[in-house]
Design a protein around this ligand. Sequence first.
Ligand code: FES
Ligand SMILES: [Fe+2]
Length: 387
Amino acid sequence: MPAAFYLSPEIYDLDINGVLMKHWQCVTHVSAIPEVGDYVVFNYDRESAIIVRDKDGEIRGFANVCRHRGSRICESSGKAEGGMLICPYHAWAYSTDGSLAHARMMPRTLDKSTLGLKPLAVKVVQGLIFLSFADEPLSFDDCEANLNATLGAYDWAGAKIAFQSTISFSANWKLALENQVECYHCGPSHPEFSVVHGQSSGSEKKLAQMMNAKAEALGVDITITDQWAEKARPGYELSFSDRFPMSGENVCTASRDGAPLAPRMGKFAAGYDNGQTVAYVGVMNHFLCYGDYGAAFRYTPKSVNETELAVMWLVRGDAVEGKDYDLDELTWMWKVTAGADKRIVQENQIGVSSRFYTPGPYALPIEQKTARLSDWYLSALSKAISA
Ligand code: FES
Ligand SMILES: [Fe+2]
């Protein structure tokens, strides 16, 4: 795309408020807030949400904005003291269901029932907690079906977070995503990834046949769908999934040498299919499933030239660190790969800032998803401008 789409603060503002804000975001996994009162805070541009486990065990989302004078209530993750979320400013206290429980020194006649925290839409699918800041959220039905068909085979609902980290890219969110959806760069930029993934091997077709035969022998039938970009139903969140083979018969997972890293998950209890499943939700969330671990990725724009990537590693719920898996080995591949992505995307940002930059041709079909992303974005932006 022309440089202005990566550099202009005005376009960035339209991106956030006209294009991105209505989409669902994956906040975390349920294992991050196992107990009643546990909460996490999710910040997105000017918005902030509290996602809390309520007394009945349900997970609820609220705008992190006090109904007194508007202070942010919770700064980061924590536990509701005595079951209350307490505003640090004047100590109004909210229950974990969002209702206002106590308002210090206010008259008894105060109608607390009108001063609860504003609720936000939350969906929990396969253990992942999704949140929307929209007044009228996009339907999550296609995503829910897709996640159940893909992540469900690996039982992400029964998984737990082994590790999570965030990486800051000094680049516009579109450059981060354009990079993320194509594997044209995998060969030159990700040697560690390319050793064990079949995407850039040239023999992907043959490897895919092997993956499918192995999956069938295991009794694993993963339905992939494409409700993304031009194929999405109007009013529905974008949803997409795919399957890719690993690079060889003995390559079980994304580790240094393809050897297993953690206990096998879900339907893979009996063995590996030497494949990988990927699912996308909306624009900024994608989920990679291997037979023994998962990796969830979320991009969050921070400014016109800063984007945060949050990565969450998931293992089977009963796996024990140090006994069933080594954390350094488990996280090695995607730390190395995300670190390389940060480097190439930042160099890309510097390049497109030059007056000599003009957009070049895509390599098709391998950059098809990047072309598709650009088409989707330009059409979403023009709709936002004319709305
Ligand atoms: S702003 Fe929260 S109690 Fe006053
Ligand atoms: Fe990459």
